[in-house]
Design a protein around this ligand. Structure first.
Ligand code: AMP
Length: 149
């Protein structure tokens, strides 16, 4: 029997208990220049961060790879272009999100094909992110708990 089938507790865990709340999440805004986005990405050490609009609603995400690809010239990176291009011009417009009230298994399914998923409220306001790390930590906890029963 799998850990999930064996242990009812994991079914009771909600996304709200595993997520990184918005104030701890590095993000950029739609109208920021790529220069700012690259700075945030390099300084934070993350490969991608959420993009929010002026009302703090989720608009997508932006990654180092997309930025570097955008300024890649024939023989060099054209870094001078970083200040002319806006985040909204090149970002990934995937607005997939999950609610705080969603279950553990919904969270797990959401991060199978992406490193994190944004958590939003009913109106699309950004509440935080759910990361693969958080899901894996919860699975690890459940694994050892069920082993020691
Ligand atoms: P992790 O599972 O912790 O490695 O996180 C997966 C991805 O989620 C990272 O590569 C980042 O793109 C994003 N991420 C995690 N924590 C944060 C954070 N505090 N701020 C912004 N993005 C984050």
């Amino acid at each position: 029997m799998s850990i999930i089938q064996e242990n009812q507790q994991i079914d009771n865990i909600k996304v709200s208990q595993m997520m990184v709340s918005s104030e701890k999440v590095a993000h950029v805004q739609l109208n920021n220049p790529l220069e700012h986005a690259l700075l945030v990405l390099v300084k934070s050490g993350y490969s991608a961060v959420p993009v929010l609009d002026s009302e703090y609603k989720l608009a997508g995400s932006i990654s180092k790879t997309v930025i570097l690809n955008e300024i890649l010239g024939l023989e060099r990176f054209e870094v001078e272009r970083l200040s002319d291009i806006k985040v909204s011009d090149v970002m990934d417009k995937d607005e997939a999100s999950i609610k705080e009230t969603a279950s553990f298994i919904d969270g797990l399914n959401a991060v199978i094909n992406r490193p994190f998923i944004c958590v939003t409220d009913e109106e699309g306001h950004f509440d935080g992110i759910l990361t693969r790390r958080a899901i894996l930590k919860e699975l690890k906890k459940e694994y050892y708990t069920s082993k020691n029963k």
